[in-house]
Design a protein around this ligand. Sequence first.
Ligand code: SAM
Length: 231
Amino acid sequence: MNAQKLSKRLETVASFVPTGAIVADIGSDHAYLPCYLVHKGIAARAVAGEVVKGPYESAVKQVRTEGLTDKITVRMADGLAAVEEADEITAVTIAGMGGPLIVSILEKHPQALKSVTRLILQPNIHAKAIREWAMENGWAIQDEVILEEDGKIYEVLVLQRGEMKLNEAQTLLGPKLMETKVPVFIEKWSREIANWQRVQQAISEAEKTPDNQEKYEQLTHYIKMVQEAIA
Ligand code: SAM
């Protein structure tokens, strides 16, 4: 992967950035995504935010190497603290982290989202946390994609401002993904069901406690809900 040729995962994230957007890419080690977006003429300019020194330095170096210092500002900062009001950011990308970490980044500096109309989020795990946050914070799912790369399954969530109400299954699995039911989606949730069944097997072989019983019943509920959704 480099700034010209992204991974399939980041290319999918890039495909949802509107042309002319002013982008903040948070957690931008190497700054590949913002460099790609500016090179392709998709982003007008960008901010690359990175909290760890090593990846921050890689991002600075990459932006210089690509000759994009006039279009991309790299800032070492925690999450959306990398965004300044004068940047007038219109789209935020956060990729390659867990859903709860992405949510904590969105929650910590809400004022940084003032001018933002689109969020493109790629949680490696627990996308559910993002859907819950979106529902509670005036964001609605515009699109969702699920893809497999190098044996790993990733979800990309595209949010725009708006109200959204999801039921329990939609919050866990994704309302758009439940509609399309592509083979990778079925594969992801079949794997999850198999994991839950293994946990249930272990519980049934362990000491019978109220906690174990509750966990077993909770898993039965999830297995039934997901089996119905992927049927
Ligand atoms: N976004 C790139 C991608 O998807 O390929 C990099 C993903 S990498 C696994 C996660 C990056 O996010 C790391 O460089 C890490 O230092 C950075 N990161 C984690 N928490 C952060 C935070 N609160 N603010 C900014 N960057 C953060």
